[in-house]
Write a new protein. Structure first.
Ligand SMILES: Nc1ncnc2c1ncn2[C@@H]1O[C@H](COP(=O)(O)OP(=O)(O)OP(=O)(O)O)[C@@H](O)[C@H]1O
Ligand SMILES: Nc1ncnc2c1ncn2[C@@H]1O[C@H](COP(=O)(O)OP(=O)(O)OP(=O)(O)O)[C@@H](O)[C@H]1O
Ligand SMILES: [Mg+2]
Ligand SMILES: [Mg+2]
Lengths: 257, 257
């Protein structure tokens, strides 16, 4: 039973890629066969998973124009993290694809390319760009659930409304499986009255049940893990708090889908 | 003599809006007549400057399709910060405008709308969205200089190449005034060997002269200032370090243009 999750927020830098990679790391550590789909032209997930972006690669941009059901099967590659973690790289004209016109079925193109190509995976994680355009819509069109990553600041909270609207649009127009699976708090500062206030507001906004615990704290070791192109779980005890956090979030994700 | 600066980076959450507002705050404190142009559909600069986003507003989205030179003059409004700080709000179909096809002159539409409308301002600050699409291209098309905001992480550094390429493209295709004015470091953590390493790499990448000092440290009071829709300079001594930083950066900006 494959679970497909789109990790999204139009707000930049909240940790969509960090959360995608953290969940993939937890999956790697627990032997789950996982596919990461990189929908961001910046290709940060692709790079951290050990694949150098190159015009030679096929990837999500190509999948979006392929028209063949299951076309993504020939585009996915094994990641640098291990045999069970695969990647559909950010490749092809992703920036171009963002400007594709909205037509009937245009939000279902990624799902069609993945159709039948993901049956061997336990989990599919789709890392979205900071945008609510055509690529993110396709990410939602291909997903069973949406994971909204939120940073507890005023700008972070202001961005939530339009994201929920897009989830609603894609649900009604393209994908009746789609649901808001949960809200993940990231980059939570150790000491901040402002952040605590925003978390209270967030709970009022989406309901306490939607805001997942644990929250992910701000920790510089996350940047170190990215830099080493390594799953956070490979760091052992210096990262033990983050490892526990991502294990708990993965567990919650699997129960929720 | 009006100086127009585009504040950009495709990478999300590096502080484009924070730096735009910090420079506007320093300008407010020193009595400079300043126009903030909000090119991000999320409208965070618009909101913090005291204007509630509304479909009633005219703004950058409308300016991009107006065709009339100086059309922005009737769209700009006084901000909530004070008489000398004005705003061209994020309004109109900005998300739609992002998908406009590239044609001859399409990157010069914002400049045309601002042409003659900014003569009374000392400084024009253009806050760009996390994208290298048509809206950001127009921001660069209207600017004398580009300010690249960078967070010292591996993802932060990976994003720089494509931004410099776009500056190059807009310079060659549309705007021969355009230059990379400088690189501003933001969200620098107090203690991080990883961040220090990235700053060394950044200096190698763009040259030490391009990387401006001082860097902007990670400080939770910034979020508080945003939340209160207030210039950071209004906070007085609790924000004295940041006030000094933005004063120094504004000084450097004015000398560089
Ligand atoms: N909990 C955290 N602690 C410390 N650093 C973090 C944390 N989460 C994210 N970061 C760092 O913050 C930056 C932004 O995170 P990330 O790139 O994952 O966000 P994003 O939402 O994917 O950004 P974009 O909108 O550009 O896709 C990165 O450099 C990342 O390493
Ligand atoms: N130096 C800093 N210290 C603490 N918080 C900061 C700092 N700079 C930015 N932030 C906070 O980080 C978040 C991202 O910053 P900001 O929105 O300015 O970035 P951006 O590049 O404009 O994002 P986007 O790509 O979404 O437009 C905001 O909540 C902001 O308040
Ligand atoms: Mg990302
Ligand atoms: Mg911004």
């Amino acid at each position: 039973m494959t679970s497909t999750v789109a990790v999204l927020n139009q707000k930049g830098g909240v940790g969509k890629t960090t959360v995608t990679l953290g969940l993939a790391s937890a999956a790697w550590a627990s032997g789950l066969r996982t596919l990461v789909v990189d929908l961001d032209a910046q290709a940060n997930a692709t790079w951290t998973l050990g694949v150098d972006p190159s015009i030679e690669n096929l990837g999500t941009g190509d999948a979006l124009i392929s028209r063949t059901p299951g076309a993504a099967a020939d585009m996915m590659v094994q990641s640098g993290w291990g045999d069970d973690i695969w990647l559909l790289p950010a490749a092809g004209d992703l920036t171009e694809r963002e400007a594709d016109r909205r037509r009937p079925g245009s939000m279902g193109r990624l799902r069609r390319a993945l159709d039948g190509a993901t049956d061997d995976f336990d989990l599919v994680l789709i890392d979205c760009a900071p945008s609510l355009g055509m690529n993110t819509s396709n990410g939602l069109g291909a997903a069973d659930g949406a994971l909204l990553v939120v940073e507890p600041t005023i700008f972070g909270l202001r961005g939530i409304g339009p994201v929920l609207d897009l989830v609603e649009d894609v649900w009604s127009e393209e994908n009746k499986r789609l649901d808001l699976t949960g809200v993940v708090l990231n980059r939570v500062p150790a000491i901040s009255a402002d952040a605590r206030e925003r978390i209270v507001e967030l709970n009022k906004m989406v309901g306490t049940r939607s805001v997942w615990k644990p929250a992910i704290p701000q920790r510089v070791i996350i940047n170190q893990a990215h830099g080493e192109r390594s799953p956070i779980h490979a760091f052992g005890s210096p990262a033990s708090e983050l490892i526990e956090v991502f294990d708990a979030l993965l567990k919650k994700l699997r129960r929720s889908l």
